[in-house]
Write a protein that binds this ligand. Sequence first.
Ligand code: SF4
Ligand code: SF4
Length: 135
Amino acid sequence: MAVVNGVDPDEIRKLLDQKKHMEVFLSVCVSCGMCADSCFLYVNHNKDPSYMPSYKAVHSLGKMYRKKGKVTREELEEMKELVYKKCVLCTRCYCPVGISIPGMIAWARNICRSQGVFREYDERDSENIEMKQHV
Ligand code: SF4
Ligand code: SF4
């Protein structure tokens, strides 16, 4: 499949297939919310639901699996906030059924990076490098 609006769905699909077990993990998440109270970002943001560990995984990597990799650039840009700003991969979130939320968010970051969607300060760094190369 061709690159559409700067997104390569085949590459995303390939990366998703490398972590098939994560799709299974996502399917067994019962959205019980028990992981939420162990996430300091969720607690420190007045329990804003968008900071819940399960929300962050379901609306990033989960969305990529649901759409079989055919996400748009706009959707990847929306995920950027969740995977870079709303999780620091501290691994403190506890799930009684053993789902690793930080592992899934780290993989969602990897997929975002494969499509040129970076953390804002990484974007600034790459712009600075480009500017220096042109001086
Ligand atoms: S990740 Fe685990 S603790 Fe969190 S909502 Fe899903 S099943 Fe519940
Ligand atoms: S790894 Fe992310 S979701 Fe889990 S507790 Fe840390 S910041 Fe919260």
